[in-house]
Write a protein that binds this ligand. Structure first.
Ligand code: GLN
Length: 293
């Protein structure tokens, strides 16, 4: 039994290796367990029928391997991605959550805790899969801040559908208000204690350098920030301070080489922000700007 499991995984690894996939074993195991409807950790523990004796399952496994080999992201193939230790449904209509984005959660939670607001109003701008809004809701509830009013916006209807499915799955559908809007247009002044965002910030030249599975498969709408990558970042720096209440904060993810441009921009523009901090991610890259009004 185990032999045929190993043999199918090995065949998968070979197919993926040939196409230059970086983590062939992990991906083959993820696809194999996905076809069986199992968790990857259960593969070698549970008494499963590892030979995939049902030919349809076998076909499905090899189909998925083929798609992975041609570059489709593993998260889209299995339909989910982990963020802040929880699973989020994803599809080609939304960005796949990234581990570095967890820094936005960390900084946001620290900020909210410090304000001691019991019912903070929070906007997740460009919510995509909803991973930020939903994680904030769950974490804040976990520390007794159960009355946060959370808004999650996106221009993409497809993304909002995925976000709503995720909200339902995590029991957050009643707590989060989803809004379809073009960036900041739908919001009124002085509405929020916190605006948190992972905006599209890839420049045209960096877009060409992206890995194929990102460039060819993830929505450009979620990635591209105009020719220099700063279009949505500047729009947010201009607009967000008006939408924040006094002492509110904007916490935004930025690209690896953008923090100096942003500081220069804030110095030259008339900004209502009184304080700026830049936080580094685990790779030491300036990844998050934290601005207080
Ligand atoms: N907020 C979502 C995320 O961080 C989507 C971001 C985006 O589409 N740019 O994954």
């Amino acid at each position: 039994m185990l032999n045929s499991l190993n043999s199918l995984i090995s065949q998968g690894i070979e197919i993926l290796k040939k196409s230059g996939i970086e983590s062939p074993r992990l991906d083959a195991e993820l696809l194999f367990s996905h076809v069986l409807g199992l968790n990857r950790y259960d593969l070698y523990i549970k008494n499963i029928d590892p030979s995939l004796s049902d030919p349809r399952l076998r076909d499905e496994y090899f189909q998925l391997l083929k798609r992975r080999a041609s570059g489709e992201p593993i998260a889209y193939l299995i339909g989910e991605k982990e963020f802040w230790s929880r699973s989020f449904k994803v599809g080609p209509g939304c960005l796949i959550p990234r581990p570095e984005t967890e820094l936005l959660i960390e900084v946001s939670l620290q900020f909210i805790e410090k304000t001691q607001a019991l019912a903070p109003a929070i906007l997740d701008l460009g919510t995509g899969s909803g991973c930020i809004a939903i994680t904030l809701f769950l974490e804040l509830s976990g520390i007794g801040i159960e009355r946060a009013r959370i808004y999650a916006s996106d221009i993409s209807e497809e993304a909002l559908k995925i976000a709503q499915t995720n909200a339902k799955f995590h029991g957050a559908q009643k707590a989060i208000h989803f809004i379809r809007t073009n960036w900041l247009t739908a919001f009124k002044p002085r509405s929020f204690d916190l605006i948190v965002s992972n905006p599209p910030y890839i420049s045209e030249s960096d877009f060409e350098l992206l890995a194929k599975d990102v460039r060819d498969y993830e929505p450009q709408l979620a990635l591209l920030g105009g020719h220099d990558g700063l279009y949505y970042i500047k729009k947010t720096l201009e607009g967000a301070s008006l939408l924040l209440k006094d002492r509110g904060a904007l916490i935004m993810e930025i690209g690896y080489d953008q923090h100096e441009d942003i500081i220069r921009y804030l110095e030259s523009a008339e900004s209502l922000f009184s304080n700026i901090e830049i936080r580094k991610d685990l790779s030491g890259i300036e990844r998050v700007v934290f601005l207080k009004k």
